[in-house]
Design a protein around this ligand. Structure first.
Ligand SMILES: [Zn+2]
Length: 179
C-alpha cells in the first residue's frame, strides 16, 4: 500500500460482542488517489449486503451503504484525510448516515422514537447504525440552520452537542431527555 494512502475498514466487531458492528455490512474504503469504496457481499438482486451470514435489512440497504461510504470519501476529499479523521464521531459517522439513510425521519419523529433508551439491536435494525448521531446531525442542519460546511468543521463533542440540543428544547414540548 502506498504510504500516503490511509486505509480504514469496518470489520465485524467480533463474535464475542453483543451488538453487531455498526457497519456489519463489511464495508472497507480507502482514501487517496481519487478515493475508492469497496463493498463486499453486495447482492444487487435484493439490494442488500450479505456478509458473514448476516443480511443487512432496511434501512441499511445496499444503496444506503453506497451512499454512506461515498459520503465518507467526499468528506475526506473536502476536508482532507487528517481533518476528516479528527472529526467528532457523531459528525464523522452521523453525516454519512444522514445522507444515506432511507426514509429519513424528521427530527421530531426520530427524537421521539429514540426516547431515552440505549441504542440496542432492535433500534439499530429500525433506525440504522447511528440513530443518535443522525439525530444530532438532523438537529444542527434542520433546526439550527447550520450549513454542511459548518457541521463538518464543528469541534463539538457528542456530549456538548447533546447539551446544545437539550437546551434548545423548550420545556413542556414533550421533549424527552436522551440521557
Ligand atoms: Zn461510516
Amino acid at each position: 500500500m502506498h504510504s500516503r494512502q490511509a486505509a480504514r475498514s469496518h470489520p465485524p466487531a467480533g463474535a464475542s460482542t453483543d451488538l453487531p458492528a455498526p457497519e456489519a455490512g463489511g464495508v472497507a474504503y480507502f482514501y487517496g488517489f481519487g478515493g475508492s469504496a469497496f463493498l463486499s457481499g453486495a447482492n444487487f438482486e435484493t439490494g442488500r449486503l450479505i456478509k458473514w451470514g448476516y443480511v443487512t435489512t432496511p434501512p441499511r440497504t445496499l444503496a444506503y451503504f453506497c451512499a454512506h461510504e461515498l459520503t465518507h470519501i467526499v468528506v475526506g476529499e473536502h476536508l482532507g484525510v487528517i481533518q476528516s479523521e479528527r472529526q467528532p464521531k457523531w459528525v464523522h459517522e452521523g453525516f454519512p448516515d444522514y445522507v444515506g439513510i432511507e426514509h429519513r425521519q424528521t427530527f421530531e419523529a426520530l427524537r421521539d422514537a429514540l426516547g431515552d433508551r440505549p441504542v440496542d439491536i432492535p433500534m439499530m435494525q429500525a433506525y440504522g447504525a447511528y440513530p443518535q448521531f443522525r439525530l444530532l446531525v438532523t438537529f444542527f442542519l434542520e433546526k439550527k440552520g447550520w450549513s454542511v460546511g459548518e457541521l463538518l468543521r464543528t469541534k463539538l463533542t457528542f456530549e456538548q452537542a447533546m447539551a446544545v440540543m437539550r437546551s434548545d428544547q423548550e420545556p413542556g414540548t414533550g421533549f424527552r431527555d436522551l440521557r
